[in-house]
Design a protein around this ligand. Sequence first.
Ligand code: FAD
Length: 611
Amino acid sequence: MNKITRRNFINGTLMAAGASMFPFGCTSNAVLDSLNPLYYPPALTGLRGSHPGSNTHAHSRTWDKKSNWGPITDLKEEYNLIVVGGGISGLSAAYFYLQKHGNDKKVLILDNHDDFGGHAKRNEHTINGKTRLSYGGSQTLVDPHTGGALINNLLTELGIDLERFKTAYDRDFFKKNSLSAVTYFNKETFGEDKVVNHPFCNYPNYVEGLPGAKISNKEAVQQAPLSEKGKKQLLQVLNGGLHKLKVPKAELQEYISTHSYFDYLKNTLGVDDPGVMKMARNSGLDWASTGTDLMTIASAKSCGALGFAPVAVYDENNPYIHHFPDGNAGLARALVKKMIPHIGKGNNAEELVLLKFKYNELDKSSNIVRIRLNSTVVNVQHGGDPKNSSEVFVNYISENKSYQVKSKGVVMACYNMMIPHIVTDLPLEQAAALRLQTKSPLQYTTVGLKNWRAIKEIGMGLAMSPGKMHQAVLMDFPVSIGGYEYTKTPDDPCVIQMISCPYGTIGAPRAEQFREARYKMLGLQFKDYEKEIRGHLSSMLPKGSFNFDRDVESITVNRWAHGYAVGGPGNSTKIGRQPFERITIANSDSAPSADALVAIKMAYRAVNELG
Ligand SMILES: Cc1cc2nc3c(=O)[nH]c(=O)nc-3n(C[C@H](O)[C@H](O)[C@H](O)COP(=O)(O)OP(=O)(O)OC[C@H]3O[C@@H](n4cnc5c(N)ncnc54)[C@H](O)[C@@H]3O)c2cc1C
């Protein structure tokens, strides 16, 4: 069996769109000490992720080339380090800087979102008075034991005990509850709403402890709502057909690495059934940075797309269990707690799981590290000639007002492709390389349910849902830690995840598909998502035991128009991330790799490059 890891891939409760960028009625974050004590973004539902308003100024800068932001207020604040971007990389950069230069050094972290953590986003749902936790993006620490000394030391310093997850993650949960990987065929696409106890692909295999198909390929194909011809074709695909390629054995690897998966399905296996092709297209999800229509046969094989046997995702030494109930927000919060101790009480990451952080502590003038939210950086420039300069000026917009702060050095831990629009005097070759970096769009929707009796009834641990906006729906990871208890019985509230990996027009180049999918995603309003989710769940779950209005408490749609890091061609990522005098570049984009541990490593490098 091949071995791959997930690293290879690569708004109020029903608050309507148009929600305020400052839903707590807080005033500008620019001159803080003034955040409303009620400011608590993790509890917001509705449109989250890159929430409405968060990208407005960045898009004005990049799309409209806006440079006149009105009168600039010089805050007369001077820092040793300013970090642009408060994701895992930006937070780590601040942490490493203090470690290296002493924790009396003043650091400011600026982020355009209303919460810190970037993709590592905590989602809280209050259901029947109980707080249920989930994650809106960066999900699990991938292979953390292989991170080396830097990661090991950091995790230890933050009080993250990897051993603890061995018992915190209940690997028996799915078996105990007879939940497995299934496929939901929807009526609009397949003519009938039907759940079949077979995933038809490898995707669900990353959920540790989740059983796969309950029935044989043959039985599953018989149950699939396809025409007789479609069933025949599906069975043929499932039975495998690499042997049908008229290629000498010695050349097979080369052939499958250079030929299209879709061409193989169509031309070698003779598939023309639209239902089977739809299943194929949705069988890779986010395992590679493209849909299966752009994959080679080898990529489709390595991610276990339709027609390829399941591949081992993790082995015993690297189980996919290092997951806080709020995902990698657990890591982001541990970093923040270390640097801003007054944020709340707790001695290690586990003790922070249930803690409601005091957001009004983030930007106190007395802090060594200040985190300023809702602040989009639009210009970063050395004072005078970059080579001889001793200072960098940083301009940002908060509540439509323009502010300036100053620092001895800056780490750009934001999206790499945005940097040339902010640091406008970068060397031309570097700026051009940065513009080639991109990110794939993704959406993680979390839904708070008052009970999961209907899910139990159909035995659904994870439902592949070809043809739906959310191509996978799953029970959350069964993790109980730090006083947080995962749902115990189907009568208890829980949060389910609905994953959407939006694609563009079949066959269009990757970057175009990203753009098309991104615009479509951002063009929708909360009511559109709610309608889609209502339709999906109501048609998939048994009518007798599920009623959307009765059973759904809350919906949080985490939209990431700029999700997984996807590197540009050739050497462009390396050229792009070069230090530019007092400005250096972090973020997982700089690797590039959609991986929290890599985001940390990029931060470490960027801090050291500052000297
Ligand atoms: C849906 C999803 C699921 C994922 N799952 C996993 C997983 O399971 N495991 C894993 O290891 N990784 C996962 N990742 C990858 C994830 O990208 C990394 O884990 C990590 O969170 C990246 O951190 P970062 O700091 O590099 O970037 P980000 O988290 O993107 O942080 C950058 C921050 O900079 C801000 N910013 C950008 N421009 C500006 C500006 N001009 N001014 C101010 N701020 C700005 C951004 O808005 C953002 O808040 C996932 C990503 C997504 C989207």
